[in-house]
Design a protein. Sequence first.
Length: 241
Amino acid sequence: MLFDRLDPIGQRVHIQGVPYTVIGVFNPPPELFGGQPSPEAIIPHGALVKHVRYWKGWMQFLVGPAPTATTPQAMEDVTEALRLRRHLRPGQNNNFAVVSQEKFLENLNNTTLLIRIVMLALSAVGLMVGGVGVIAIMMISVTERTREIGVRKALGATRREILWQFLVEAATLTLVGGVAGMIGGGVVALLLAVATPIPAHVPLASVLAALVAAALTGIVFGLYPANKASRLDPVEALRYE
């Protein structure tokens, strides 16, 4: 937040050392992927040319067609003006891009969808690998605690109680891993926010969703070892060495 809870209208911000007066705000505010606020500003072209002589990054111009012009006609006029401005010869490829709002939104939606699919696939692979690890750990636990299970059953523990015991242990195991992952992700986001201009943060909804997914992973993949433990014969379990 630049101005905390103050009204930004009339306040001053510095861009590359040049002060600018805020005359309006985005509504709704622009966002990056994941709902993070985007540090964007619209500067009049005249002020940009006057104060910003050497721009190291890419530059975006927003142009609207006149009331009597169509979008394709406006794009053609802008393309011709930029080619003249950049001294491009006939037949020479453009070293810029002119994109309509509809095409820009289409590209943005496609990119966002692709990123979500890739992230979902990576998350699914991670959950599968973690689930296999949960099965292996819980199977080892069942084997090492066979006599303990036999004693509990001999003392009156039911199959359901044994089943829930191991399911809770599996869910606790994955929850601990989820919390550790959240802490690591928070540290990375903090370092990213400090080292780059990207205001990275971890939304609370994402944290809760990750913890729920971790617990469900433990329950689903811990079901087989827990079921096996609950089905052990108490007599055979007490004889196990």
